[in-house]
Design a protein around this ligand. Sequence first.
Ligand SMILES: [Mg+2]
Length: 213
Amino acid sequence: MKNLSEMKGLIFDLDGVLVSTEQNHFMAWQKTANLLNIEFTEEENENLKGVSRIDSLKYILNLGNVVVSDQEFTSLLEFKNEAYLASIENLSQNDCLTGVIELLTKVKEEGKRLAVGSSSKNAKHILKLIEIDHLFDAIIDGNMVENLKPNPEVFQKAAAYLNLSPSECIVFEDAASGIQAAKSGGFMAIGVGNKNIKDLADKYYNDLTEFTL
Ligand SMILES: [Mg+2]
């Protein structure tokens, strides 16, 4: 494995690495389930991690044995997204995950190039709300890619924006699909905050305070 200090670029997944909006998604799904009189618990929510919005709604409807028309299905998806968007407006710098600000500030000072590679269509907005958007040289979000992780497109685009090759960049990820995306794109893949990906990643840390170049 390459020496970490030789790496020129650091690319971060957003959700689960820099910030957690898991609770925001859960509350929004719970509001949606309430509309349908379906009980939706935090335990059930565990099954929705990494699941698309459409499949999540199917899961919840199934949970309550509820059948809706295509039109209702679409408006429920919109309702959930609006509830989610309203709730993330309350995010602030305090919601950055442990060690994020310290690490970003330090590596930036050392002259590393920094990017975000996220499937979220709200990535830029969230980075602004948590006040770290100015630290990145490139932000690649769900609006800019055709293929979602585990396809490496989002990280490849991020590296291209940084003017670096994948072999010069480290990717930080909390999801298996993201680690797969990084590896298949030729990046060093560092797992953070999700013990399930420990064996999949090139290196693993519980949170970013443990990481040094
Ligand atoms: Mg993630």
